[in-house]
Ligand binder design. Structure first.
Ligand code: NAD
Ligand code: DAU
Length: 352
């Protein structure tokens, strides 16, 4: 078995589905608190799969986690669970500290107690893989080189500060206690099952509903986009071949301004689902108030994971964004389930 946390969220859900797609794969214990971002309909296809054991619970619940570890004896923990949305962290940072910092600390302590109890051979094979973000490195200027693993941390938002704190804890548990950890710092993901509070799914759904496409500030902020299945393959690769104690930057070498991303989505939609009035979806673009403390540019130098572990992404931005848009066109039921009252409340709070 492996223990996955946050496996009902966007990346965790994709990871669980991809992993269990392989009929030879080990089973997964999936621990998720089911916050607003957790969605069991993402995992509906696994309802009758005995290899998927879903547990609703908090990574910070030591008694629960220690029980699960003793019962299922996983060879690895992959920690996706987090509060992940920068805008929400600005409105209310407390949950980010609670889950991303205190929750990760408790999970590390549970993992350490379990790992210490293992026999020597199992102890050597055990891994704690912590999934983190490029945002911990702060903001780049246009002329700066992409983030490398050796760069200093300079987080700017409550979200990135909480993730940076969790990365530091993970690092310390390796250096102090010898817990065999791996950390991945990935760039912006996009793909199926992405909650529509984030730019790409928000723009696709708003466009299909003829609503404004909100661009913060001047839209010239740069993000480095990676198709979610490529992030999942990188995590599998780091889990199997990564060296304990190391961190690996993961990215797709796909730097784009937000305006470019939104224009690309509009032109793909123009060809796949033309508007009745003959206009382009780009007519719906609306520049809105900027995000406070908005980081200007992120870019990942993924050469370490490529060189040392032989990983590379399968999708370019053009192929990945087409697959993503097609997925949103084909999956009304999932979308209808997500766009609930609490989602509408968030949109109201953020965009009025
Ligand atoms: P998400 O918000 O879609 O999902 C997070 C999941 O964690 C949800 O299912 C939620 O219910 C669960 N969760 C939250 N608090 C929990 C707790 N205390 N205990 C157990 N479960 C809890 O997030 P995501 O976009 O899938 O991101 C997953 C991880 O990857 C996060 O750690 C995030 O920081 C990191 N990451 C995300 C991106 C991205 O572009 N989305 C990029 C790099 C790294
Ligand atoms: O870089 C990795 C990070 O990417 C992850 O760690 C985070 O969990 C994930 O949410 C994502 O953070 P961002 O803040 O970059 O993603 P978001 O989709 O919220 O925003 C992408 C860019 O688009 C950002 O520059 C803000 C801008 N934006 C976002 C929204 C929601 C807009 O212009 N308009 C919007 O309505």
């Amino acid at each position: 078995m492996i223990l996955v946390t946050g496996g009902a969220g966007f990346i965790g859900g994709n990871f669980v589905l991809n992993w269990l797609n392989n009929s030879q794969a080990e089973g997964i214990v999936n621990l998720d608190k089911l916050t607003y971002a957790g969605n069991m309909s993402t995992l509906a296809s696994l309802d009758n799969d005995p290899r998927h054991i879903f547990i609703r619970g908090d990574i910070g619940d030591r008694a629960l986690v220690e029980n699960l570890l003793q019962k299922y004896q996983p060879r690895a923990i992959i920690n996706f669970a987090a509060e992940s949305h920068v805008d929400r962290s600005i409105h209310g940072p407390a949950d980010f500290i609670e889950t991303n910092v205190v929750g990760t600390f408790n999970l590390l302590e549970s993992a350490r107690a379990f790992w210490a109890s293992l026999p020597v051979e199992k102890k050597a094979l055990f891994r704690f893989l912590h999934v983190s973000t490029d945002e911990v490195y702060g903001s780049l200027k246009a002329e700066d080189s992409p983030f490398r693993e050796s760069d200093v941390y300079a987080p700017n938002s409550p979200y990135s500060a909480s993730k940076a704190a969790s990365d530091h804890l993970v690092r310390a548990w390796f250096h102090t206690y010898g817990l065999p950890v791996l950390t991945t710092n990935c760039s912006n993901n996009y793909g199926a099952y992405h909650f529509p509070e984030k730019l790409i799914p928000l723009v696709i759904l708003n466009a299909l509903n003829q609503k404004p496409l909100p661009i913060y500030g001047d839209g010239q902020q740069i993000r480095d986009w990676l198709y979610v299945a490529d992030h999942c393959s990188a995590i599998r690769c780091v889990l199997e071949r990564g060296q304990a104690g190391e961190t690996y930057n993961i990215g797709g070498w796909n730097e784009k301004t937000n305006l470019e991303v939104v224009n690309t989505i509009c032109s793909v939609l123009d060809s796949l689902r033309p508007r009745n009035d003959g206009q382009s979806y780009a007519e719906l673009i609306m520049f809105v108030k900027d995000r406070p403390g908005h980081d200007r540019r992120y870019a990942i130098d993924a050469s370490k994971v490529e060189r040392e572990l032989g990983w590379c992404p399968a999708e370019t931005f053009d192929t990945g964004i087409r697959k993503t848009i097609q997925w949103y066109l084909d999956n009304h039921d999932w979308i209808d389930g997500v766009v609930s009252g609490s989602y509408r409340d968030w949109v109201q709070k953020q965009y009025t």
